[in-house]
Design a protein around this ligand. Structure first.
Ligand SMILES: NC(=O)CC[C@H](N)C(=O)O
Length: 380
């Protein structure tokens, strides 16, 4: 066995936050420079799924787990065709990946895909800083890109902010594709791709659903051209306040009372379609260990999250909306943030977290069954 010395051989690197705090370390992955919104993920496992989740587009992810890369990289676990994070921050990268499925090291994979990272950072101090000051812009600079901190800070301050960012079209499919049902086909679903993760259509296909994945720009006519039994709105990057087109398509779906399910960005779009606002959380929820209560059953589930924005809807009352009565169906037990919405007069619901669980616990898989029940109900 050879012990990699890649980390030690790597160039010096520096991470500069927009409030001027800086952390020094070593290059990890590609050498160069990158910018994004600094966010932290508390997942102890599942780094491949995190890196390839399109919702992380333009975000620099700080891993709170101190050892990253231990199980290497394989070609089976990615949630999309590439790494989407704009930068990656770890404390102590694995020198020797060890797993029967590992095909290469994470360091190599980041380098191969041109993703600039930094290792050797006190990620606990960095996370505490972000928790106290909030998510903010950041730059990572290594090799020739390293300069004096004032110069680097000025460049970080010129990078775009996440508030107001309209990013779905940058990550979504350009062409419609079909994920066939596994076994007997029972239903057809039109899934609007705002940054969909591969596991989501798979969870539907496992339940006999043929999933037509449509581009983010799909029109209402294109949605109904597939003669769907249900319509799904996916997760995705950016600020939901910019998602006017999917909001108007969803309103068309709600007018027709077609069964509707949304995940994450899709939940924020349902919030907006119903007339609620959205707002930016101070530092967001990212990880695979977040407690959520399903208020319709009282049960608590441990769930996967990745969101920086949330829906502003009342927790303590049923709201009258232009599509009938709506209520908050799920809530995060850490901070009482809205984690799900449901309509009481027609078959539509959504959750802010990730029942597809890639990575994460499978506690919330029942939500896909709920979507199937809504479609069954419509046929009966
Ligand atoms: N995973 C997602 O769909 C994230 C939704 C949105 N971009 C947010 O940060 O809140």
């Amino acid at each position: 066995m050879t012990i990699s010395t890649r980390g030690a051989a790597k160039a010096p690197a520096v991470l500069v936050l927009e409030d001027g705090r800086a952390f020094r370390g070593r290059a990890y992955g590609a050498v160069g420079e990158t910018f994004g919104e600094a966010v932290f993920s508390t997942g102890m496992t599942g780094y491949q799924e995190t890196l390839t989740d399109p919702s992380y587009h333009r975000q620099v992810v700080v891993m709170t787990a101190p050892h990253v890369g231990n199980t290497g990289v394989n070609d089976e676990d990615p949630e999309s065709g590439r790494i989407w994070v704009s930068g990656y921050v770890v404390r102590d990268p694995a020198r020797v990946p060890s797993n029967w499925r590992s095909q290469r090291s994470l360091d190599e994979e980041l380098e191969r895909q041109g993703v600039v990272g930094i290792s050797g950072v006190d990620t606990r101090a960095l996370t505490r800083h972000l928790r106290e000051r909030g998510a903010m812009r950041v730059g990572i600079f290594s090799g020739d890109a390293v300069a004096d901190e004032a110069t680097l800070l000025a460049r970080v301050l010129r990078a775009p902010e996440m508030v107001g960012a309209d990013l779905s079209a940058e990550v979504a499919t350009k062409e419609t594709y079909v994920v066939p049902a596994i076994g007997t086909k029972k239903f057809t679903v039109a899934a609007i791709d705002l940054g969909i993760k591969g596991m989501t259509p798979h969870r539907m296909a496992e339940r006999g659903i043929e999933v037509h994945v449509l581009p983010a720009t799909a029109t209402l006519e294109e949605v109904y051209a597939v003669e769907p039994d249900g319509v799904f709105f996916s997760n995705g990057p950016g600020d939901p306040a910019t998602a006017d087109h999917p909001v108007s398509v969803m309103q068309g779906v709600l007018e027709r009372k077609t069964p509707l399910f949304g995940i994450c960005f899709g939940n924020q779009i349902l919030g907006r379609a119903l007339g609620f606002g959205t707002y930016k959380l101070k530092y967001g929820h990212r990880g695979i260990n977040q407690p959520v209560q399903d208020r319709t059953t009282g049960k608590v589930e441990v769930t996967a999250h990745n969101h920086g924005f949330a829906v502003d809807a009342p927790l303590d009352k049923v709201s009258d909306t232009k599509f009938g009565r709506a209520e908050v169906s799920h809530v995060c037990l850490n901070d009482q943030v809205v984690e799900g919405l449901q309509l009481l007069d027609q078959p539509a619901f959504s959750v802010q977290y990730h029942p597809e669980a890639a990575a994460g616990p499978h506690d919330a898989a029942y939500l896909f069954d709920r979507f199937v029940s809504l479609m069954e109900g419509q046929r009966a």
